[in-house]
Design a protein around this ligand. Sequence first.
Ligand SMILES: [Ca+2]
Length: 234
Amino acid sequence: MKKLILSAAAAALLSASLAGVSSAAAPTIVNGSFETGTSPGSFLQLSSGDGTSIPGWTVIAGTVDYIGTYWPAADGVRSLDLNGSGAGAVRQSFATTVGTTYRVTFSMSGNPAGGAGTKTLTADTGGAPTIFTYEVGTLNPPTLTDMKWATKSFSFTATAATTTLTFTSTTIGLVYGPALDKVRVELATVKPLADCKNGDWRQLRDGQGRLFKNQGDCVSYFATKFRNSGAGAP
Ligand SMILES: [Ca+2]
């Protein structure tokens, strides 16, 4: 019996190590779907500095529209247009474990009321922002009854005990901005080989937080269960 318990523990350790993640807990993000807050009715414009209308989130630049019945949310009944009377930004801080890699996933669409156009936003966790694009096309575009939400994601490795996640509209000069909903932050349960191959090797890191030089090094690192280092600079 004792032997059985030991091997179960060893198996758990091994599986944690193979997943490429530490035993860090998943971060707690508050109100990631924007469901809690001041009732927006159809929609409610919020200005920079507003840290109370949507608990967990602070508007840090420009204005955003807190969307209620104006269009269907990706999740629940509320979402955001990151452009209110112009481009805006929101952020939230949460606890993270230094060196642990997390994946941020969210739903994105574009306000269809202004017709065709490219809606862009950036997401960042303090480092270089990642650009996301949603094309409101002329063929089969999103509408105010079907927003055709798309799932987007990116990964980051925490460098501090608190990480601030910011979404910034880069759709300048328009009141019809990128739409945002269903923000989740999870431990990056790495599917390394698949991720290496689909281009994510540029974002993956080895156990010491170093980026890979190329896709081959990334594949080699995970295929050899971390024996081939293959990683470049931190
Ligand atoms: Ca929602």
